[in-house]
Design a protein around this ligand. Structure first.
Ligand code: IMP
Length: 443
């Protein structure tokens, strides 16, 4: 059974949650491996909408086993809220949810530190989600982070907390002139969270490895997107984790030799939320049309997303960094009302034409996109389930985009619902999961 990594190919919000939710019945386990509750995976099941932040989207399938891997940073209060809300809506967690002992904790001082540093950053403000994810990863890298397993040992937890609170308070007071924390105000609630979460905390790397050895199929659910990766994204306007394929291995403890395939998820256009370079960003009527038709508002923060045309240069880069075998293209129907559709095929920078995504920040800010323009299809694709039923101009757009990126498409999403999906026969996804065809309406 295949072990497949699902990766955001752009700046996040590509619709990974929908694809993972769709494929989950064909897999045995879904594992999150990076990020934290900065993510918001929206899944529509029938008439119900779920927004998952830390728990893998796979939890929405009865009996679906879900793992929060060691590469994730967990805000326990937010996780417990998410768990309670799922249970209230009839989703079972017992025996279905496993949390790595090595996952780091987001502590109350992390969002405070982030707010303080963002408020002083001026034009270099990142526009974070404000969840404390960056400072939590900073503590992890500085080797002062507190992990899930520490929650289960009060004395050790207190020792680490005391050292961190001492250090953080100095920063908050002396550098940022902000309110400070006391050990006791954190210890009490965190020990209560420990009681709640203890049954779920375990050695997930060992469990995953045993399940794989027994023939199980694991889906690695990425959060955010390639261009937000700490090493390969548009640094420093990025998130603080490894959002690319390598992160799936380090963030779970599963070696690269166990991975059978990698699927990139990309929107038919492109969005970005927060600050930082976005070469194909649009303003004006077309941007507004994409934002409205695509309901482009952050699922965690509600912030409006910046919208632009698909960027084949950035997508080709994502394909190279991640090694995509295939791509699932989402939200095709959002382009239905566009008279023309454009794809960026290169950047113009100081008289030069660049066709490889550059690594320098100054270029991203100045690069001017060069577009290939196609006439739009101006007819409804919403809800279509058959590739052959797509307007010929929509097919031409898909074919050209796939050609420019150099990766075959496996799936085209034409709406938020599970079944509003075109599965492309003989493409990698249908080959990895033959049962997927039977889960979608016949065409
Ligand atoms: P952080 O992850 O909260 O530190 O935010 C860093 C950057 O990543 C900001 O530009 C955020 O808007 C962006 N970001 C974080 N999580 C997501 C996500 O799930 N979707 C899209 N953008 C995100």
């Amino acid at each position: 059974m295949p072990n497949i990594i699902v990766i955001g190919a752009q700046w996040g919000d590509e619709g990974k949650g929908k694809v993972v939710d769709l494929v989950t019945p064909c897999a045995d386990v879904v594992v999150r491996y990076q990020g934290g509750n900065n993510a918001g995976h929206t899944v529509v099941v029938g008439k119900e909408k779920f927004v998952l932040q830390t728990i893998p989207s796979g939890i929405l399938h009865p009996g679906g086993r879900c793992v929060i891997g060691c590469g994730v940073v967990v805000d326990p209060a937010s996780l417990i809220q998410e768990m309670e809300s799922l249970v209230r809506r009839g989703v079972s967690l017992d025996g279905n949810l496993y949390i790595s002992k090595n996952a780091h904790l987001i502590m109350p001082y992390h969002p405070a530190l982030e707010r303080a540093s963002e408020s002083k950053a001026g034009r270099r403000r990142i526009g974070t989600t404000g969840k404390g994810v960056g400072p939590a990863y900073a503590d992890k890298a500085a080797r002062i982070g507190i992990r899930m397993a520490d929650l289960l040992d009060e004395a050790l937890f207190r020792e680490k907390l005391e050292a961190n609170v001492f250090q953080t308070n100095r920063l908050l007071r002396e550098i940022y002139d902000e309110e400070t924390f006391t050990v006791e105000s954190i210890l009490g609630p965190y020990m209560r969270y420990a009681g709640w979460l203890a049954p779920y905390i375990t050695d997930t790397a060992l469990l995953l490895s045993r399940w794989i050895d027994a023939g199980g199929s694991v889906l690695f659910e990425g959060a955010q997107g390639t261009m937000l990766d700490i090493d390969h994204g548009t640094y420093p306007f990025i998130t603080s984790s490894s959002t690319t394929a390598g992160g799936a291995c380090t963030g779970t403890g599963i070696p690269p030799t166990k991975i059978d395939g990698i699927i990139g998820i990309a929107k038919a256009y492109c969005t970005r939320v927060g600050g930082g370079p976005f070469p194909t960003e649009l303003t004006g009527d077309v941007a507004e049309q994409l934002a409205t038709r695509g309901n482009e508002f952050g699922s965690v923060t509600g912030r409006p997303r910046r919208c632009g045309w698909a960027d084949a240069v950035a997508l080709r880069y994502a394909a190279r960094i991640n090694g995509f075998d295939t791509i699932a293209l989402t939200k095709l129907d959002v382009l239905d009302a566009c008279e023309t559709v454009k794809v960026c095929v290169g950047y113009r920078y100081r008289g030069e034409v660049l066709t490889d995504f550059p690594e320098e920040e100054r270029i991203w800010h100045e690069a001017e996109p060069m577009y290939e323009e196609m006439s739009g299809w101006l007819s409804e694709t919403h809800g279509l389930t058959d590739y052959a039923a797509l307007p010929s101009k929509a097919r031409e757009y898909l074919d050209r985009l796939s050609e420019l990126v150099g990766v075959p498409f496996s799936l085209v999403s034409t709406g938020a619902g599970r079944t509003e999906t075109i599965l492309i026969d003989d493409a990698p996804l249908a080959r990895w999961f033959p049962a997927l065809r039977s889960l979608l309406p016949a065409h």
